[in-house]
Design a protein around this ligand. Structure first.
Ligand code: NDP
Ligand code: 8X3
Length: 253
């Protein structure tokens, strides 16, 4: 195991769920953590719970200008980012494609794809220059396995997978690593966001089964990051024991 004591990690979407758990785990392992999200109060509350020093950046990853401007304000002790966890993301709605809400589709593409690209492009040059770094992207099982209503969400996560693999191809020969983590069902605020605040509908998603918890994914992220420098974990797919694969959707008449 490689120590990350004294490293600097940046986690997007640290106000909730998987991002919050990653920030806690990386901090417990000794990394300074930059917490990124839109809800300032939550970021400040998390910062107060961390074991190692932290810095909050209140920003919307959909804004290239905000991303670039905020990263330029990082204090010197946080400016050299070793680990970027591109976690900020969302699914919106489960309508079939022919009834899909274009604003929701745009929000998913802007956050899950464009936001992740902005963060990566801004921080990668420093990693390559220092010949040290790790980009961990939160993909999803939805990148590989289609499900009804998953349409644009699944497509954004397929983008995350292909982008991760292609960036890895560009970085061959450097000590900058890229990992795509693909979780199945994780009990977080994900479904609350997907169903636009309908807590009853969101709660039903995890009813009667044992979903993954954000800490389970943070554990995997921390494991990937703490592998020896010559080891790159390309993709990790993780599901709850209670989740499986659906049959093909055959329409019979
Ligand atoms: P949560 O809804 O609990 O957390 C999402 C986080 O993303 C929040 O911290 C939110 O912060 C942040 N975020 C969303 N939009 C933006 C934005 N425009 N700018 C900055 N931050 C943003 O969901 P999860 O923790 O479950 O999701 C984290 C990632 O894991 C996502 O990429 C999701 O697609 C992926 N994932 C989740 C699974 C699940 O079943 N839960 C399974 C597979 C993958 P704020 O609103 O404060 O800005
Ligand atoms: C989120 C999990 O199964 O709803 O990526 O796509 S799922």
């Amino acid at each position: 195991m490689r120590t990350i004591q004294g490293w600097t990690a940046l986690v997007t979407g640290a106000t909730s769920g998987i991002g919050e758990a990653c920030a806690l785990s990386l901090s417990q392992h000794g990394a300074r953590v930059i917490l990124v999200g839109r809800r300032e109060e939550r970021l400040q509350a998390l910062a107060a719970r961390l074991d190692a020093p932290s810095h909050c950046l209140i920003l919307d990853v959909r804004s290239r200008e905000e991303v670039e401007r905020s990263l330029a304000t990082l204090p010197p002790e946080f400016a050299e980012v070793d680990v970027l966890v591109n976690n900020a993301g969302l699914g919106l709605g489960l309508e079939p494609a022919h009834e899909g809400v274009l604003e929701d589709w745009e929000a998913m593409i802007d956050t899950n794809c464009k936001g992740l690209v902005y963060m990566t492009r801004a921080l990668l040059p420093g990693m390559v220059k220092r010949n040290r770094g790790h980009v961990v992207n939160l993909g999803s099982v939805a990148a590989t396995y289609p499900y009804p209503g998953g349409n644009v969400y699944g497509a954004t996560k397929a983008f995350v997978h292909q982008f991760s693999q292609n960036v890895k191809a560009d970085l061959a020969g450097t000590r900058v690593r890229v990992t795509d983590i693909q979780p199945g069902m994780v009990e977080s605020e994900f479904s609350l966001v997907r169903f636009k605040g309908d807590a009853q509908r969101a709660g039903k998603v995890y009813e009667g089964m044992e979903a993954l918890q954000p800490a389970d994914i943070a554990d995997v992220v921390t494991w990937c990051v703490t592998r020896p420098a010559h080891v790159n974990i390309n993709v990790v797919e993780v599901m709850p024991a209670d989740q499986g694969f659906g049959p093909f959707n055959v329409k019979r008449r």
